[in-house]
Ligand binder design. Structure first.
Ligand code: FES
Length: 123
Protein backbone atom coordinates (compact mmCIF):
# COMPACT_ATOMS: atom_id res chain seq x y z
CA UNK A 1 0.00 0.00 0.00
CA UNK A 2 1.28 3.47 -0.85
CA UNK A 3 2.02 5.96 1.88
CA UNK A 4 -0.87 8.25 2.55
CA UNK A 5 -3.56 5.78 1.54
CA UNK A 6 -5.85 4.18 4.05
CA UNK A 7 -7.06 0.61 4.12
CA UNK A 8 -10.82 0.14 4.38
CA UNK A 9 -11.91 -0.23 7.99
CA UNK A 10 -13.60 -3.57 7.43
CA UNK A 11 -13.19 -5.89 4.48
CA UNK A 12 -15.37 -8.99 4.27
CA UNK A 13 -15.01 -12.03 2.08
CA UNK A 14 -16.32 -15.55 2.48
CA UNK A 15 -15.56 -16.94 5.96
CA UNK A 16 -12.89 -14.39 6.79
CA UNK A 17 -12.85 -10.87 8.06
CA UNK A 18 -9.96 -8.48 8.13
CA UNK A 19 -10.25 -5.58 10.50
CA UNK A 20 -7.38 -3.11 10.68
CA UNK A 21 -4.96 -5.81 9.56
CA UNK A 22 -6.15 -8.44 12.04
CA UNK A 23 -7.23 -11.70 10.57
CA UNK A 24 -10.36 -13.24 12.11
CA UNK A 25 -11.49 -16.60 10.82
CA UNK A 26 -14.91 -18.14 11.38
CA UNK A 27 -14.42 -21.14 13.65
CA UNK A 28 -17.83 -22.59 14.54
CA UNK A 29 -21.40 -21.82 15.55
CA UNK A 30 -21.37 -20.69 19.15
CA UNK A 31 -24.29 -23.03 19.87
CA UNK A 32 -22.10 -25.98 18.83
CA UNK A 33 -19.83 -25.45 21.83
CA UNK A 34 -21.74 -25.91 25.11
CA UNK A 35 -20.70 -24.21 28.33
CA UNK A 36 -17.67 -25.82 29.97
CA UNK A 37 -16.72 -27.84 26.88
CA UNK A 38 -13.68 -27.99 24.59
CA UNK A 39 -13.70 -28.42 20.81
CA UNK A 40 -11.02 -29.09 18.24
CA UNK A 41 -11.19 -26.82 15.21
CA UNK A 42 -8.99 -26.76 12.14
CA UNK A 43 -8.49 -23.32 10.64
CA UNK A 44 -6.36 -22.71 7.59
CA UNK A 45 -4.60 -26.03 8.04
CA UNK A 46 -3.80 -25.55 11.74
CA UNK A 47 -5.39 -27.13 14.79
CA UNK A 48 -6.81 -25.11 17.67
CA UNK A 49 -8.61 -25.80 20.93
CA UNK A 50 -11.70 -23.71 21.60
CA UNK A 51 -13.14 -23.44 25.09
CA UNK A 52 -16.43 -21.99 26.27
CA UNK A 53 -16.32 -20.99 29.91
CA UNK A 54 -18.67 -18.69 31.81
CA UNK A 55 -20.25 -17.67 28.53
CA UNK A 56 -16.96 -16.56 26.95
CA UNK A 57 -14.91 -18.22 24.23
CA UNK A 58 -11.16 -18.86 24.40
CA UNK A 59 -8.72 -20.30 21.93
CA UNK A 60 -5.23 -21.76 22.23
CA UNK A 61 -3.04 -23.83 19.94
CA UNK A 62 -4.49 -27.29 19.51
CA UNK A 63 -1.28 -29.32 19.57
CA UNK A 64 0.26 -30.17 22.94
CA UNK A 65 3.89 -29.16 23.39
CA UNK A 66 4.73 -32.47 25.08
CA UNK A 67 4.11 -35.14 22.45
CA UNK A 68 1.56 -33.51 20.19
CA UNK A 69 -1.66 -34.51 21.94
CA UNK A 70 -4.90 -32.98 20.59
CA UNK A 71 -5.76 -30.26 23.11
CA UNK A 72 -9.13 -29.76 21.42
CA UNK A 73 -10.06 -33.25 22.63
CA UNK A 74 -9.10 -32.38 26.19
CA UNK A 75 -11.35 -31.56 29.11
CA UNK A 76 -11.54 -28.80 31.71
CA UNK A 77 -10.18 -29.93 35.08
CA UNK A 78 -9.87 -27.59 38.07
CA UNK A 79 -9.75 -24.57 35.78
CA UNK A 80 -7.18 -26.05 33.40
CA UNK A 81 -7.52 -27.50 29.92
CA UNK A 82 -6.13 -30.99 30.40
CA UNK A 83 -4.36 -32.73 27.52
CA UNK A 84 -6.01 -36.10 26.83
CA UNK A 85 -2.72 -37.97 26.36
CA UNK A 86 -0.66 -37.36 29.52
CA UNK A 87 -2.80 -34.85 31.43
CA UNK A 88 -0.60 -31.78 30.96
CA UNK A 89 -2.47 -28.66 32.12
CA UNK A 90 -2.86 -25.49 30.07
CA UNK A 91 -4.45 -22.17 30.97
CA UNK A 92 -7.04 -21.87 28.20
CA UNK A 93 -7.07 -18.07 28.61
CA UNK A 94 -3.33 -17.47 28.23
CA UNK A 95 -1.75 -20.69 26.96
CA UNK A 96 0.47 -20.84 30.06
CA UNK A 97 0.98 -24.13 31.85
CA UNK A 98 0.44 -25.51 35.32
CA UNK A 99 3.78 -25.77 37.20
CA UNK A 100 2.49 -29.08 38.56
CA UNK A 101 2.62 -30.52 35.00
CA UNK A 102 6.05 -29.27 34.03
CA UNK A 103 6.41 -31.71 31.14
CA UNK A 104 4.43 -29.28 28.99
CA UNK A 105 5.48 -25.82 27.85
CA UNK A 106 3.14 -22.91 27.02
CA UNK A 107 1.20 -22.59 23.80
CA UNK A 108 -0.06 -19.48 22.07
CA UNK A 109 -3.45 -18.01 22.93
CA UNK A 110 -5.64 -16.27 20.35
CA UNK A 111 -8.28 -13.59 20.60
CA UNK A 112 -11.84 -14.53 19.82
CA UNK A 113 -14.98 -12.63 19.03
CA UNK A 114 -18.57 -13.59 18.38
CA UNK A 115 -20.85 -12.22 15.73
CA UNK A 116 -24.21 -13.38 14.39
CA UNK A 117 -24.03 -16.62 16.35
CA UNK A 118 -20.52 -17.59 15.23
CA UNK A 119 -17.16 -17.62 16.98
CA UNK A 120 -14.22 -16.06 15.14
CA UNK A 121 -10.57 -16.57 16.03
CA UNK A 122 -7.79 -14.14 15.24
CA UNK A 123 -4.97 -16.10 13.66
S1 FES B 1 0.98 -35.04 24.72
FE1 FES B 1 -0.01 -33.62 26.03
S2 FES B 1 0.74 -34.09 28.00
FE2 FES B 1 1.75 -35.49 26.67
Amino acid sequence: MQAGTRAPAVKRYNEKQIIYGMHFVKALKSSDLPEGQVRKVKLEGREFALVRKDGLFYCIDGVCTHEGGPLGEGVLVDGWLECPWHQGHFDYKTGNTDPETDWVTPVKAYRTRTEDGYVYVEI
